[in-house]
Write a new protein. Structure first.
Length: 303
């Protein structure tokens, strides 16, 4: 083959080689193909559970006994009202009835004042005088209303209620007390020094120091609605219901001397002081009004 013909053969090969080579080209990196899937539902924002009146939504750590105590009810009633087969088997987010249904036997309700029959009684003339303000129940308000037997001021003049301590912060209104609640007579449940005062956010009652076996007395007449050790932190506990709205609790006992359903009198021995579920011998005493802890010193007599 001549030199000229060889040149024609090599030239196409050089062109082919140049086309197949990729000088100065960035390396190829294989990337996974993104697969688009339908996004799942966004987590629901955490919201505070608000229970409607007469019902309670079970939270983590709740027990039926604790729920009953916090709502001023007998746990056996909660079992009945909610048709619970096992009182120890309640679940988070379960909604429980904590107030008696209207058709429950033995339910005591406040008297209802019916409106007058407008077909027989002519409507009263409209008043143009200032309207009196409604005040929440407090001991001071009751004293103002009861007065000293003098006739009330004329309705034509607006009543001005002066605050005894204008600089003091406003206190939340106490639950309304029925006549039955006010009729309950109280006494101290045991002798001894008060070593812890009422604190709604912590102790929810008072602690009375004593010796092992010291008598624990019913602070008022009533019916035993619980006697046992099923509420953590209370040890051997007795709960006495005194009225439809008031109950008292006696915790950390060494021994319980009464049974559920038993009627007890004011001053009757119901337990022996001890240190169950406590690091010292003491009586933890609570008074609850409509399930809400209240300061026992406002009920117990001075000593």
């Amino acid at each position: 083959m001549t030199k000229k013909s060889s040149l024609f053969v090599l030239l196409p090969l050089a062109v082919l080689t140049a086309c197949t080579s990729t000088p100065n080209q960035a390396p190829v990196v294989e990337r996974p193909i993104a697969r688009h899937s339908s996004p799942g539902p966004a987590p629901a924002p955490v919201q505070e559970i608000k229970d409607r009146e007469g019902y309670y939504t079970v939270r983590k750590g709740d027990t039926l006994l604790r729920i009953a105590l916090d709502n001023g009810q007998n746990y056996r009633d909660l079992v009945t009202w909610n048709n619970l087969a096992n009182p120890n088997d309640i679940k988070v987010d379960q909604v429980l009835r904590v107030a008696p249904p209207e058709d429950a036997p033995g339910v005591r309700t406040a008297a209802v004042v019916m409106p007058p029959d407008t077909t027989k009684i002519p409507p009263p003339p409209k008043k143009t005088e200032p309207k009196g303000d409604k005040k929440p129940y407090t001991d001071g308000a009751m004293a103002d209303l009861q007065g000293d037997g003098k006739p009330a001021a004329s309705a034509t003049k607006p009543v001005q209620v002066a605050s005894a301590k204008p600089s003091a912060p406003a206190q939340p209104a106490a639950p309304a007390m029925s006549a039955e609640d006010r009729d309950v007579s109280w006494m101290w449940p045991s002798d001894g020094k008060v070593v812890a005062q009422f604190d709604e956010g912590r102790s929810k009652g008072i602690d009375i120091a004593g010796r092992p076996g010291q008598q624990v007395l019913a602070a008022g007449a009533g019916k035993v609605m619980y006697a046992g050790s099923g509420i953590r932190g209370y040890g051997n506990l007795v709960i006495v219901k005194h009225s439809n709205g008031l109950l008292s609790a006696y915790a950390h006992n060494r021994a319980i001397l009464v049974k559920e359903g038993q009627t007890v009198g004011k001053g009757q021995t119901i337990a022996e002081m001890g240190d169950s579920d406590s690091d010292t011998v003491k009586l933890h005493f609570e008074i609850r009004q409509q399930g809400k802890p209240v300061d026992p010193s406002k009920f117990l007599p001075n000593r």
